[in-house]
Design a protein around this ligand. Structure first.
Ligand SMILES: Cc1cc2nc3c(=O)[nH]c(=O)nc-3n(C[C@H](O)[C@H](O)[C@H](O)COP(=O)(O)OP(=O)(O)OC[C@H]3O[C@@H](n4cnc5c(N)ncnc54)[C@H](O)[C@@H]3O)c2cc1C
Length: 409
């Protein structure tokens, strides 16, 4: 039997987040865009319903919900405002990185303060930094280095495009530990915001997702203790596999937001085509328009089923390679669907599509940016292909370094 429908509990959870998204996010999306942030009352409301902690294990202060629940929730957030989905507070990618790359003790201790009952707990963000402003052309691996020094490491380098960089209280930073080993010599380290060697750089001016902050960080001899190094899970796990799991699970979250955006774009396009009359009938009754809408609906529904299937594979403990492949395929498809649907949404709105009185233009800008988030469609295609042909698994499959990737040429 083929079975990956959400359970009754998951549906209830989805409904309650849908209500929050419709009531609190959707009506204010242009306000968030202008502010380039979520106002305090929205962050507080999101924190109070436990949004950012739902999927963390109970031992880390969360509710232990799985990835199917995450995907359902993120679709709802994305269908209200994908920018807000990226801008809500909480550990975010930091949580996934700690769970995949760290030990249980590390995850517990570095995530503890996100679930505290302090009055300002809703203003806490986490971040993960892998991207660099320019790839390393001399050798494989990161330009940012982590050099062993006594009982710890010294990190030096520059990271870019980091979600929440200006807001985060704690980062997981990927760096090169052994320069002779290429992508086999990378590591990850927890760096606190108040580390004297960490400088928070400028916030990027972005194409879309304006409610969320993306920016640079610079590590100028940032010292961290041995306990801050994440070794790839419990008992010095396989760091490459842990890295791939981290990026795959992150891609699942991001592409579920893209699915929500696609649903939003499809719904408003269909409504417009039902009401805009030309030559005596709604434009949706002309075959070219009707076929476009039918294709986009097939896109949205196929993206949803592929994402559910991938999320279910992780939750059900499927073979890691099968779950990775299902995720890469699902996320690549969902990101492409978002761009196609938002693009058609703009086109079908005609002149209204490109003015800011309507939301269509924002959806297209947001869709383009989401598709570049992590990993990109090309990187996901590359991961899916590598798993399909059983090529050697390598972190470079999902990392942003085209100059030194040699997986497929
Ligand atoms: C919304 C958003 C959120 C982000 N959040 C974070 C974050 O939290 N932390 C962080 O560190 N970074 C983050 N990033 C950065 C993001 O991960 C990178 O931009 C992305 O991985 C692409 O890397 P790059 O910019 O270096 O592009 P490049 O690696 O220079 O790639 C350029 C283009 O080539 C394509 N490409 C790459 N390799 C191949 C290949 N082998 N075959 C064919 N095409 C290829 C890419 O898909 C891309 O289209 C974020 C970006 C966005 C837009």
């Amino acid at each position: 039997m083929i079975e990956f429908e959400p359970t009754e509990d998951q549906r209830l959870m989805q409904d309650s987040i849908a209500q929050f998204a419709k009531a609190t996010l959707a009506p204010r999306l242009r306000e968030f865009e202008r502010l380039r942030a979520l106002p305090d009352d929205v962050l507080r409301a999101g924190h109070e319903i436990g949004l950012s902690l739902l999927t963390l294990p109970e031992a880390c202060g969360g509710q232990g919900q799985g990835l199917v629940t995450s995907v359902l929730i993120e679709e709802e957030l994305g269908s209200a405002d994908a920018g807000a989905a990226f801008a809500l507070s909480g550990p975010g990618a930091l949580g996934t990185a700690l769970l995949e790359l760290g030990t249980e003790d590390q995850a517990r201790s570095f995530l503890e303060d996100f679930s505290s009952s302090d009055d300002d707990a809703h203003t806490r963000f986490g971040a993960v930094a892998w991207s660099e402003p320019a790839p390393n052309k001399q050798r494989e691996g990161f330009t940012t280095t982590a050099v062993k020094d006594g009982a710890g490491y010294v990190l030096t380098g520059k990271k870019a495009f980091v979600t929440n960089a200006p807001l985060a209280r704690r980062f997981v930073v990927f760096a090169q530990v052994d320069e002779t080993k290429g992508w086999g010599g990378i590591g990850a380290f927890v760096v606190e915001k108040d580390n004297p060697g960490l400088k928070i750089g400028k916030r990027h001016d972005t194409l879309g997702l304006d409610a969320a902050a993306f920016g640079e960080i610079t590590l100028e001899g940032a010292r961290v203790a041995e306990a801050a190094r994440l070794h790839g899970g419990a008992n010095d796990g396989d760091f490459t596999r842990a890295t791939l799991r981290f990026f795959a699970k992150r891609a699942l979250i991001v592409s579920a937001r893209a699915l929500g955006l696609s649903r939003f774009a499809f719904d408003i396009a269909r409504e417009y085509c039902d009401t805009r009359v030309a030559f005596g009938k709604p434009i949706g009754h002309f075959q070219a328009v009707a076929f476009t809408l039918a294709d986009r609906l097939m896109d949205v529904e196929s993206a949803r089923w592929l994402l559910w299937k991938a999320a279910r594979a992780w939750d059900a403990g499927a073979r890691e390679k099968d779950a990775l492949k299902a995720t890469a395929q699902a996320a690549a498809h969902a990101l492409e669907v978002a761009m196609r649907t938002a693009d058609d949404c703009v086109s079908l709105h005609g002149g209204s599509g490109f003015i800011r009185d309507l939301v269509a233009e924002k959806l297209m800008r947001d869709a383009k940016q989401i598709a570049l988030a992590c990993p990109t469609t090309e990187q996901l295609d590359q991961l899916a292909a590598a798993l399909d042909v059983q090529a050697k698994l390598d972190p470079a499959l999902v990392l942003p370094t085209p100059d030194t990737q040699a997986i497929f040429t």
